[in-house]
Design a protein around this ligand. Structure first.
Ligand SMILES: Nc1ncnc2c1ncn2[C@@H]1O[C@H](COP(=O)(O)OP(=O)(O)O)[C@@H](O)[C@H]1O
Ligand SMILES: [Mg+2]
Length: 414
């Protein structure tokens, strides 16, 4: 039998989507193919500290990845409602509660080798004596199960590049382009993909020249508009603005979260909600698109509450579309993936006019979408013929393929 690969599953993180990440990681730890992979869970707590568990394997044994109860840590009382962050709820939360500090050294262990792979090195750990050394926990590949800032935006991907380790998902450029709604739109426009009319302005411009900013927005767009911080996710800081009176507060809110603000024409207009269509894309240089899914949000738009807190949002797979519409959307999803130079995976989201011409607009790409077994990305692949466990294996293979491909590149003059 081939040697098992050692996979570091990194989760948690400093973003507002920390808890969502714990749930995604718990699902992955439960489903990952243990015949092929040894798993090292690595948690990043909200303060940004990296933790792993000395008894990583033991932690993951028991009921399919759920922590086994011990005398010292009895099983939670029946009826107690556990949240993602409770140590008893997910193996990830357990690592965060009990794990030992660890480091990922920003230097490759064996330069020049395509399979050279170490991340959690003793040398790196020893560099800071407050961090325990990890022994022989070198990794073959990392699966960052992180959403949002510092996980999905190219920052941690930069660390993996420096460490010379293979990792699941997009590289530095794709991750950061896919996080920035302003840059993303420029790339879509350049690839002739349809996007809604929008205005980008800097927080500094809004703060120094509020009247001029409002005039600029109103000269290009009609209400309702959507105001967004350029970089974030989970609808945080996003408002639907129905008239001028609501515009200022919405810009102030978005300005708390980013130095760049994006204002967009609202799809659906004053009377209707946009239809929200989503496609899962998988691959590296030859990406493939899943069937199209639709989310029917329980609220006026798909805000944070509708995403995570209320039960009201309903997924429909496949979405009710004509064959031509579905084909067009799938092609656009692949084109968007290429336009942002993505790899591995992305969920590509569209907005569609519900009536009339049923115009379709590309909204955004998500380079590390929610990944619980019931999240849209895995569900779309399941409906397209790739079950969850296999999808995880495929993503790890794609990470290794990309790493091997990249390792052909020479970085200095020979
Ligand atoms: N231009 C728009 N027209 C209509 N609805 C929009 C528009 N932009 C955003 N929305 C609504 O707001 C939600 C969140 O916006 P989105 O750009 O996807 O941000 P995030 O990156 O936080 O998911 C969308 O899912 C949709 O419900
Ligand atoms: Mg979105």
């Amino acid at each position: 039998m081939a040697k098992k690969l050692r996979v570091g599953v990194v989760f948690g993180g400093r973003s507002g989507e920390h808890e969502v990440s714990l749930l995604s990681a718990a699902s992955i730890l439960k489903a990952i193919d243990r015949r092929k992979f040894d798993v090292v869970p690595i948690g990043i707590n909200k303060a940004g500290h990296w933790l792993t568990s000395g008894a990583a394997q033991g932690l993951l044994e028991g009921a399919g990845g759920e922590p086994a109860a011990t005398a010292a840590e009895p099983a939670p009382k029946a009826g107690k409602k556990l949240r993602a962050g409770d140590p008893a709820a997910t193996p990830g939360a357990r690592v965060l509660a009990k794990g030992q500090p660890t480091l990922l050294a920003p230097e490759p262990e064996e330069t020049g080798s395509a399979t050279a792979t170490t991340a959690l090195t003793q040398a790196g750990a020893a560099a800071l004596d407050s961090h325990a050394a990890l022994g022989s926990q070198s990794l073959d590949v990392v699966f960052p199960v992180l959403h949002g800032t510092f996980g999905e935006d190219g920052t941690i991907q930069g660390l993996f590049e420096l460490a010379g380790i293979a990792y699941v998902g997009s590289g530095v450029l794709g991750s950061s382009a896919g996080m920035d709604k302003d840059v993303m739109k420029r790339l879509f426009a350049q690839a002739r993909l349809p996007i809604v009319k929008h205005v980008t302005l800097l927080r500094a411009e809004w703060e120094k020249q509020p009247r001029k900013s409002v005039a600029l927005i109103e000269a290009s767009l009609k209400y309702p508009v959507f105001v967004k911080p350029a970089n974030l996710g989970s609808s945080v800081g996003i408002s639907k603005v129905h008239d001028r009176k609501e515009l200022g507060p919405a810009l102030d809110l978005a300005a708390r979260y980013d130095r760049k603000l994006v204002v967009e024409a609202g799809v659906g207009g004053t009377k209707a909600k946009a239809r929200e269509l989503e496609v899962a894309v998988l691959g590296n240089d030859d990406p493939k698109a899943s069937v199209v899914g639709e989310i029917i949000p329980g609220k006026e738009f798909y805000d944070y509450e509708a995403k995570y807190l209320s039960e009201g949002s309903v997924p429909v797979i496949p979405a009710k579309l004509s064959r031509a519409e579905a084909k067009q959307i799938r092609e656009m999803a692949v084109a968007a993936f290429r336009a942002c130079d993505l790899s591995g995976l992305a969920r590509v989201d569209f907005l569609m006019e519900p009536d009339g011409k049923r115009r379709i607009y590309l909204n955004e790409v998500n380079t590390l979408p929610g990944f619980t077994k019931i999240s849209m990305y895995p569900k779309l692949w399941e409906a397209t013929g790739i079950p969850y466990k296999e999808l995880i294996t495929r993503l790890i293979e794609l990470a290794l393929e990309r790493h091997a491909e990249k390792s052909r590149t020479v970085y200095s003059r020979e």
